[in-house]
Write a protein that binds this ligand. Structure first.
Ligand SMILES: [Zn+2]
Length: 363
């Protein structure tokens, strides 16, 4: 197994195209062609974690936060980032980051928090708009079933929990093959009429090239007719998550459970303006930018981290903001990543870091 095999799996659960523009997810240090001897999973890849990887003979570190975020102009060891990179390179350690792309998928960082808290009816809190396309492929009637299968196997036609979604219209296609054509049906220089099906599917943009490659391989026509249309539809990819508890519970009971389930020492929260909690919005890490979305969807509480003093005022007695800490909110992401890796790879060790990388201490 090579580093690229592990990357292929990680990209399948959190496509790199889903990361935010400011992010730097992906293979940060190393080479994808290297053989994997062991994987160490962490939230923050710092020097101590690289040392741990060396000691455990894990030559691939999978981290949530990218150690290089903005660019580096010099690598001479003057800060912890540069020293981490130098140590990793010197010791042939590969570093991969799976950051906002894992935040933005429903079963990612936020799905794990929702599992811990016990939320049902989950949706993305702030879905992205520009990720979907409508693809229409014109197929001779006899090949339509095959082409639909190719589209579905490529990941097209997925709407929320429904797969194999398509819309099919039977019609008449016409074409006149030119002199240099090699038509599947019809004759050179003669207009041909063929019963065709227009197969329409919804498609995530990042799957377009691989899908069209498969369609071209399996479509009987020399030239495949197709339309690609941009969509205004929202996707099920984006930041934050909103869901519900199975049944509403007393707010103080909920906060006590939250503290225990998320292993939190301190919750910084706004006024307890609700008696009961049912609808819960959450975002692992810095989520204050999602407060208005949480309020618009009438969440009783918004669980996240990194709220600033003035931002707490924006709760306006409409919602409870509960800041549980950045590290605390994301700590179970390590289990999420390592559990997935363990299910898919059995020929090398997958370890969880024993280093507490939380830079914040509580008295
Ligand atoms: Zn984070």
């Amino acid at each position: 197994m090579k580093v690229k095999d592990v990357i292929k799996y990680l990209d399948s659960i959190a496509p790199p195209q889903f990361q935010e523009a400011y992010d730097n997810s992906g293979l940060i240090v190393g080479q994808s062609s290297k053989e994997v001897e062991g994987v160490l999973v962490c939230l923050d890849c710092i020097e101590e974690v690289v040392q741990e990887a060396i000691d455990l003979k894990c030559n691939l570190i999978v981290a949530h936060h990218p150690i290089i975020f903005s660019g580096l102009k010099k690598i001479n060891g003057s800060n912890y980032i540069e020293r981490t990179i130098i140590k990793a390179i010197k010791n042939d350690i590969n570093i991969f980051a799976i950051h906002t792309n894992l935040d933005n998928v429903l079963n990612g960082v936020n799905g794990k928090i929702a599992d811990k808290i016990g939320l049902v009816n989950r949706h993305v809190l702030n879905p992205k708009k520009d990720l979907l396309l409508k693809l229409a492929v014109f197929s001779p009637k006899a090949s339509a079933e095959k082409i639909r299968e190719v589209l579905f196997n490529s990941g097209a036609g997925q709407i929320s929990d429904y797969s194999n979604c398509s819309f099919n219209v039977l019609g008449k296609g016409t074409f006149k093959p030119g002199e240099n054509a090699n038509p599947f049906v019809g004759k050179i220089g003669k207009t041909h009429h063929e019963d065709e099906v227009k197969i329409e599917v919804i498609l995530s943009k990042h799957l377009l090239n691989s899908t069209m490659e498969q369609v071209r391989i399996h479509h009987p026509y020399e030239e495949v007719a197709y339309d690609i249309l941009p969509l205004e539809n929202t996707s099920n990819v984006g930041s934050g998550l909103i869901g519900e508890l199975e049944s509403e519970i007393d707010v103080n009971e909920f906060l006590a459970q939250l503290k225990q389930k998320m292993n939190v020492k301190v919750i910084r929260h706004t006024a307890i303006c609700k008696n009961k909690i049912k609808k819960v919005a959450l975002c692992g890490g810095s989520g204050s930018f999602l407060l208005s979305s949480a309020k618009n969807l009438n969440a009783d509480i918004f669980i996240t981290a990194d709220f600033k003093y003035h931002e707490f005022f924006d709760a306006e007695n409409q919602i409870i903001i509960a800041d549980i800490g950045h590290f605390e909110s994301e700590q179970y992401t390590i289990d999420l990543i390592s559990d997935g890796l363990k299910e898919n790879f059995s020929n090398f060790a997958i370890r969880l870091t024993g280093v507490n990388t939380n830079p914040i201490n509580y008295l």
